[in-house]
Design a binder for this molecule. Sequence first.
Ligand SMILES: [Zn+2]
Length: 156
Amino acid sequence: MPVISAQRNITPGQPLEIDCPACGARQVQAVPTLYEERPVLLRLVPLPASRHIFIRCSTCARDLLAQARDLEELYDLSPQELLGQLQPYVSGVGRFLVVAALVLFWLPFVAPLLAIGGFMMTRRHRGWRRAAIVAVVLTFLVAGAVATLLLLAPNP
Ligand SMILES: [Zn+2]
Protein backbone atom coordinates (compact mmCIF):
# COMPACT_ATOMS: atom_id res chain seq x y z
CA MET A 1 0.00 0.00 0.00
CA PRO A 2 1.50 3.37 -0.92
CA VAL A 3 2.13 5.71 1.99
CA ILE A 4 0.78 8.64 0.04
CA SER A 5 -1.53 8.44 -2.93
CA ALA A 6 -3.22 11.31 -4.68
CA GLN A 7 -6.73 11.99 -5.80
CA ARG A 8 -6.65 14.25 -8.79
CA ASN A 9 -9.53 16.23 -10.22
CA ILE A 10 -9.28 18.02 -13.52
CA THR A 11 -12.06 20.46 -14.33
CA PRO A 12 -12.05 22.15 -17.72
CA GLY A 13 -13.58 25.63 -17.92
CA GLN A 14 -15.19 27.68 -20.63
CA PRO A 15 -12.83 29.37 -23.09
CA LEU A 16 -12.15 33.04 -22.45
CA GLU A 17 -10.19 35.83 -24.13
CA ILE A 18 -6.78 36.84 -22.83
CA ASP A 19 -3.85 39.04 -23.74
CA CYS A 20 -1.13 36.41 -23.58
CA PRO A 21 1.95 37.47 -21.55
CA ALA A 22 3.99 34.60 -23.05
CA CYS A 23 3.62 35.29 -26.79
CA GLY A 24 2.15 38.80 -26.74
CA ALA A 25 -0.97 37.86 -28.72
CA ARG A 26 -3.94 40.05 -27.86
CA GLN A 27 -7.53 38.94 -27.31
CA VAL A 28 -6.87 35.32 -28.11
CA GLN A 29 -8.94 32.38 -27.02
CA ALA A 30 -7.62 30.50 -24.04
CA VAL A 31 -8.96 27.54 -22.13
CA PRO A 32 -8.66 27.46 -18.35
CA THR A 33 -8.38 24.18 -16.49
CA LEU A 34 -8.60 23.67 -12.75
CA TYR A 35 -6.26 21.02 -11.36
CA GLU A 36 -7.04 19.84 -7.87
CA GLU A 37 -4.75 17.40 -6.18
CA ARG A 38 -5.40 15.97 -2.78
CA PRO A 39 -2.71 13.76 -1.26
CA VAL A 40 -4.09 10.97 0.87
CA LEU A 41 -2.02 9.45 3.64
CA LEU A 42 -2.34 5.65 3.81
CA ARG A 43 -5.53 5.91 1.75
CA LEU A 44 -7.36 7.18 4.84
CA VAL A 45 -6.18 10.61 5.89
CA PRO A 46 -6.77 13.40 3.37
CA LEU A 47 -4.07 16.09 3.42
CA PRO A 48 -4.57 19.71 2.32
CA ALA A 49 -5.36 19.88 -1.37
CA SER A 50 -3.50 22.01 -3.83
CA ARG A 51 -5.45 23.92 -6.46
CA HIS A 52 -3.95 25.36 -9.58
CA ILE A 53 -5.60 26.98 -12.55
CA PHE A 54 -3.71 26.81 -15.81
CA ILE A 55 -4.83 28.76 -18.84
CA ARG A 56 -3.62 27.51 -22.19
CA CYS A 57 -3.14 30.16 -24.87
CA SER A 58 -4.57 29.01 -28.19
CA THR A 59 -1.87 30.90 -30.11
CA CYS A 60 1.33 29.66 -28.48
CA ALA A 61 -0.13 26.67 -26.57
CA ARG A 62 1.78 27.65 -23.44
CA ASP A 63 0.25 27.11 -20.04
CA LEU A 64 -0.12 30.19 -17.90
CA LEU A 65 -0.60 29.94 -14.17
CA ALA A 66 -3.50 32.01 -12.84
CA GLN A 67 -3.70 33.19 -9.26
CA ALA A 68 -7.47 32.71 -9.04
CA ARG A 69 -8.70 29.92 -6.76
CA ASP A 70 -11.84 29.18 -8.72
CA LEU A 71 -12.75 29.10 -12.37
CA GLU A 72 -15.75 31.39 -11.74
CA GLU A 73 -13.40 34.07 -10.41
CA LEU A 74 -11.71 34.29 -13.80
CA TYR A 75 -14.83 35.25 -15.70
CA ASP A 76 -15.49 38.24 -13.45
CA LEU A 77 -12.12 39.84 -14.20
CA SER A 78 -11.51 42.60 -16.72
CA PRO A 79 -8.85 41.81 -19.38
CA GLN A 80 -6.36 44.01 -17.47
CA GLU A 81 -7.04 42.30 -14.17
CA LEU A 82 -6.74 38.93 -15.83
CA LEU A 83 -3.41 39.86 -17.43
CA GLY A 84 -2.09 40.87 -13.99
CA GLN A 85 -2.99 37.40 -12.72
CA LEU A 86 -1.24 35.36 -15.34
CA GLN A 87 2.31 34.15 -15.13
CA PRO A 88 4.08 31.79 -17.44
CA TYR A 89 4.33 28.48 -15.68
CA VAL A 90 7.79 27.73 -14.34
CA SER A 91 8.73 24.13 -13.80
CA GLY A 92 9.73 23.01 -10.33
CA VAL A 93 12.99 21.62 -11.71
CA GLY A 94 13.87 25.02 -13.21
CA ARG A 95 13.20 26.78 -9.91
CA PHE A 96 15.25 24.16 -8.08
CA LEU A 97 18.19 24.70 -10.45
CA VAL A 98 18.11 28.48 -9.94
CA VAL A 99 17.98 28.16 -6.15
CA ALA A 100 20.70 25.48 -6.18
CA ALA A 101 22.92 27.70 -8.35
CA LEU A 102 22.43 30.65 -5.97
CA VAL A 103 23.24 28.52 -2.93
CA LEU A 104 26.21 26.78 -4.58
CA PHE A 105 27.49 29.77 -6.58
CA TRP A 106 30.93 29.43 -4.93
CA LEU A 107 31.34 25.95 -6.42
CA PRO A 108 33.28 26.47 -9.65
CA PHE A 109 32.34 24.58 -12.83
CA VAL A 110 29.27 22.84 -11.35
CA ALA A 111 27.27 25.90 -10.32
CA PRO A 112 27.51 27.57 -13.78
CA LEU A 113 25.86 24.51 -15.29
CA LEU A 114 23.05 24.66 -12.73
CA ALA A 115 22.64 28.37 -13.41
CA ILE A 116 22.48 27.95 -17.18
CA GLY A 117 20.00 25.07 -16.86
CA GLY A 118 17.90 27.15 -14.47
CA PHE A 119 17.96 30.12 -16.82
CA MET A 120 16.86 28.02 -19.79
CA MET A 121 13.95 26.56 -17.84
CA THR A 122 12.72 29.72 -16.11
CA ARG A 123 13.38 32.42 -18.71
CA ARG A 124 9.70 32.94 -19.49
CA HIS A 125 9.02 34.22 -15.99
CA ARG A 126 10.28 37.72 -15.23
CA GLY A 127 11.13 37.22 -11.55
CA TRP A 128 12.76 33.82 -11.94
CA ARG A 129 14.63 34.96 -15.04
CA ARG A 130 16.12 37.82 -13.04
CA ALA A 131 17.25 35.45 -10.27
CA ALA A 132 18.67 33.08 -12.88
CA ILE A 133 20.68 35.88 -14.52
CA VAL A 134 22.13 36.83 -11.11
CA ALA A 135 23.05 33.17 -10.63
CA VAL A 136 24.70 32.95 -14.07
CA VAL A 137 26.76 36.11 -13.50
CA LEU A 138 27.81 35.09 -9.96
CA THR A 139 28.76 31.55 -10.89
CA PHE A 140 30.75 32.67 -13.95
CA LEU A 141 32.61 35.29 -11.88
CA VAL A 142 33.61 32.59 -9.39
CA ALA A 143 34.55 30.14 -12.15
CA GLY A 144 36.57 32.86 -13.91
CA ALA A 145 38.36 33.81 -10.71
CA VAL A 146 39.20 30.19 -9.91
CA ALA A 147 40.39 29.54 -13.46
CA THR A 148 42.61 32.64 -13.29
CA LEU A 149 44.07 31.55 -9.96
CA LEU A 150 44.79 28.10 -11.36
CA LEU A 151 46.50 29.60 -14.40
CA LEU A 152 48.58 32.01 -12.33
CA ALA A 153 49.53 29.46 -9.71
CA PRO A 154 53.20 28.61 -9.95
CA ASN A 155 53.76 25.13 -11.25
CA PRO A 156 55.78 22.97 -8.86
ZN1 LIG B 1 0.35 32.92 -26.11
